[in-house]
Design a protein around this ligand. Structure first.
Ligand SMILES: [Zn+2]
Length: 114
């Protein structure tokens, strides 16, 4: 039995497509209120990401701890504080903080121009 060789590039393409599908399905399930299934789908997408070393699709919001897709107003709270974006997962209570330096810098340069 001979197996057809699949190149790394092909693997990446397949991974990207399947991750996009899983992320979309996960968000749809979350909106339907089926969070267990949503977490499962997001978990599968993350597993593909780890195995293939392909980053998760851009714009996919998910909790690093419980893999729940984060939909603002449904299961996550987004707050700005101390020049940081705080994203709270309301499923497991984990918080993720990320600075927004670029926007702050832009505002500063605007002020200097005046
Ligand atoms: Zn969580």
């Amino acid at each position: 039995m001979s197996r057809k060789k699949v190149t790394n590039g092909q693997v990446r393409g397949i991974a990207r497509k399947r991750m996009a599908i899983l992320v979309r399905m996960s968000e749809e399930e979350a909106l339907r209120g089926n969070l267990e299934r949503a977490k499962r789908y997001m978990g599968l997408a993350r597993r593909i990401s780890v195995r293939t070393k392909v980053p998760m699709p851009e714009g996919a919001l998910y909790c690093r701890r419980c893999s729940a897709p984060l939909v603002p107003g449904l299961n996550c709270r987004v707050r700005l504080r101390n020049h940081r974006i705080g994203t709270h997962c309301l499923e497991c209570g984990s918080v993720r903080r990320r600075p927004y330096l670029r926007e702050t810098k832009e505002r500063r340069t605007c002020r200097e121009e005046r």
